[in-house]
Design a protein around this ligand. Structure first.
Ligand code: GLC
Length: 479
């Protein structure tokens, strides 16, 4: 099958979150399946273009219409030995070579509407004839509508699939957006409109041939107002054309026998000793007392509200009364960064922070910690819990979205399940789950070891999800 994938980020080129990880691993997994040819389209951000790290070739240039004007599109292709996976970059200095983050600019709507048009025009320009165009999140959610309108003649046979990685971000612009920027016929206004905005994600949901999200439970949750940020009814209207496929992780990149950044590699057989060595290294690195016996609790996350930071702040004082060390890694909202820094200042023997994101250091944390905290308010899939389990680090999670699907609750009697869970977004329930985990950790070390090994044996590779995406593409093609 010929598959074109459009996304606003993909590791290793550029990444701000889980979308970037998925866009690294999924195209690769798909390209390894027989008969597949995969093309990935990304913006040519300044951080990629001027990094000097990637060699590209210039394939050509043209321009695309944006309402009353035309904008330049340069098409670059990464030089690569992988024949079945080609990476294309859309070059436009004005839109993509800017200081600061890749998102959060006043004209993000225009930037990504342009990108969506440019991707379709580039597909035509380089002569690809994809069976499916797979778009991701609001940034590329206009692709299905464009494919049915402006680009219908150019790409008549391509079907579209839209994956929602997080419904919180929808791409909202004013109601003049079509007239000012997109330039589609006025009949499209109703498709683009949701409440009193132009809403990219809504337009994608109603026009894509298939829509999915990144876990089964999140797909169910999105039928309800509490989770759907306004779009429950729109999603419900798609019926069985909206499904869930749980993400995997790149099991070569995250592998305790070989990941970079670890102090010592280990296997399931040597996890006890291996983890201890990594724990001591982590404590040295962070200036915590070196203690191979203490339970180390870690959070590696964007420090934002929906990741459940409020719950952590609420129980922090009480956590400090336990025999634990807490390690927090990530960046995000200032209030959480301040809170965690303050906690580390007041409890220097128990709490340390690393308020920046560095993938290698994160691997040392996954390897050195015993418990991995993920009290997310909602979680479309979550990848960190999968990584943690692969390193034998037991997750403590709010049982929501992908966390519910990937971390079945541990039952000490039957020794089934993978982690410690709580069922509602409540700080005391979170603390109770931490306490249950500490009880097993300290009082029943043999059970703990068996739990770690069971977690390490889980298959979280992309093999199964990639096969599910193939089925989804096939159903989009059949119509
Ligand atoms: C978003 C979601 C996260 C998911 C990731 C990849 O970052 O918040 O839960 O794992 O996308 O799909």
């Amino acid at each position: 099958m010929k598959i074109a994938i459009a996304a606003s980020e993909a590791a290793p080129y550029i990444k701000t979150g889980g979308l970037g990880d998925v866009m690294q691993a999924l195209p690769l997994a798909l390209s390894r399946l027989p008969k597949n040819e995969v093309s990935l389209f990304l913006p040519y951000y300044g951080a990629v273009k001027y990094s000097g790290a990637y060699e590209t070739e210039f394939l050509g240039c043209f321009d695309v219409p944006l309402a009353w004007r035309r904008e330049y599109v340069g098409v670059m292709r990464l030089k690569s030995r992988r024949k079945k996976l080609q990476v294309y970059f859309i070059d436009n200095e004005h839109y993509f070579c800017r200081d600061g983050s890749i998102y959060g600019h006043g004209d993000d709507g225009e930037r990504f509407a342009y990108f969506s048009k440019a991707v379709l025009a580039a597909i035509k320009f380089v002569g690809l004839t994809p069976d499916v165009i797979h778009c991701n999140d609001w940034q590329t959610a206009l692709v299905p509508l464009l494919l049915k309108t402006e680009y219908a003649g150019a790409l008549p046979n391509a079907r579209s699939v839209l994956t929602i990685h997080n419904i919180e971000y929808q791409g909202k612009c004013n109601l003049q957006f079509n007239y000012d920027v997109l330039g589609l016929p006025p009949q499209c206004d109703e498709i683009l409109r949701f409440d009193d905005c132009t809403n990219f994600l809504k337009a994608g949901i109603v026009t894509a041939d298939r829509v999915n999200t990144v876990s089964r439970t999140y797909a169910e949750e999105l039928q309800y107002a509490y989770y759907a940020h306004g779009l429950a009814g729109v999603l419900r209207s798609r019926g069985s054309a909206f499904t869930g496929i749980t993400n995997g992780i790149d099991t070569d990149l995250f592998d305790p026998t070989k990941s970079v950044g670890m102090w010592k590699h280990y296997t399931a057989a040597t996890v006890g000793e291996g983890k201890r060595e990594n724990k001591l290294a982590l404590q040295r690195e962070l200036g915590l007392p070196e203690d191979g016996e203490v339970a180390v609790l870690a959070i590696v996350s964007r420090l934002v509200g929906h990741k459940g930071l409020d719950l952590l702040c609420y129980i922090a004082e009480r956590l400090m009364q336990r025999r634990i060390q807490l390690v927090a890694v990530g960046t995000g909202e200032e209030k959480y960064e301040w809170f965690l820094s303050g906690l580390a200042y007041r409890f220097p023997h128990q709490c340390a922070t690393h308020l920046s994101f560095d993938a290698q250091f994160a691997n040392l944390v996954y390897a050195g910690a015993d418990l991995f905290l993920m009290p997310s308010k909602s979680e479309p899939c979550g990848l960190s819990q999968l990584i943690a389990m692969r390193f034998g680090t037991v997750p403590v999670v709010n049982s929501t979205g992908g966390l519910r699907d990937t971390v079945p609750p541990y039952d000490p009697a039957s020794e089934t399940g993978c982690g410690f869970t709580f069922q509602s977004y409540n700080a005391d329930d979170f603390l109770a789950a931490v306490d249950r985990s500490l009880q097993i950790f300290y009082d029943e070390p043999e059970k703990w070891l068996r739990l770690q090994r069971a977690d390490m044996a889980i298959d979280s590779s992309w093999t199964k999800p990639a096969a599910e995406y193939m089925k989804l593409y096939e159903s989009a093609i059949k119509g």
